[in-house]
Design a protein around this ligand. Structure first.
Ligand code: CU
Length: 206
């Protein structure tokens, strides 16, 4: 789709350039307009541009509002702490205060386990420098700041496992700061909170 639009724009530009080259040759000596300005045309032009700018601002604000709509159900809360150079995921609502972390060395990547079909509120912070939680396949990204909590809510509607990364350069081992996010059924999530392990093969590794 993008290529089709780009090709169309390219052809239009080529056609305009060709038209200008052919029609405006120096030898032709076009007759200059005697009017110094064209106020009606300029007003129209400014009006169209202003309307377009207003539309873009309003549309952006509206889409932002839609994106951050509060969930209808009470979300599951998960605290995310980033640090140099790995992650810690805590489930404060679980009786056992289940949490998981890792070293982000080799295969020791922590897994953020979330239930499917329920809004999950991630409360994101950092122990040291600025990091950024990013799940490319799910198009989720949010910065993690020290001494500040950033919140965002996501809902995953099917089970699976996706790779997450740090998207903010944070030092020597930034490149290795990966994790897994794994969506499991609400029942399995309940068992996970009780302390049971989750099989890594349950979803599609990405
Ligand atoms: Cu980082």
């Amino acid at each position: 789709m993008e290529s089709a639009v780009a090709a169309f724009v390219f052809l239009v530009v080529c056609a305009l350039v060709a038209y200008a080259v052919v029609m405006r040759r120096a030898g032709r000596q076009p007759v200059a307009s005697r009017k110094p300005e064209r106020p009606a045309f300029e007003k129209y032009y400014v009006g169209v541009l202003a309307a377009f700018a207003v539309f873009l601002v309003a549309w952006t604000a509206w889409q932002n509002h839609e994106e951050h709509r509060p969930p209808d159900r009470k979300p599951v809360r998960i605290d995310v702490q980033s640090f140099q150079w790995c992650w810690k995921f805590s489930h404060p609502q679980s009786p056992a205060h289940r949490s998981t972390t890792g070293t982000c060395r080799g295969n020791d990547l922590p897994t953020l386990v979330v239930p499917t079909g329920r809004p999950v509120e991630l409360r994101l912070t950092s122990k040291d420098v600025i990091h950024s939680l990013w799940v490319p396949d799910l198009r989720y990204k949010m910065d993690a700041f020290p001494d500040h909590v950033n919140t965002f809510t996501l809902t995953l509607d099917h089970e699976g496992r996706w790779r997450g990364r740090c998207a903010e350069f944070c030092g020597e081992r930034h490149y290795a700061m990966d994790f897994w996010i794994q969506a499991v059924s609400p029942e399995e999530y309940g068992r996970y909170l009780q302390g049971q392990q989750i099989g890594a093969g349950a979803g599609t590794a990405a």
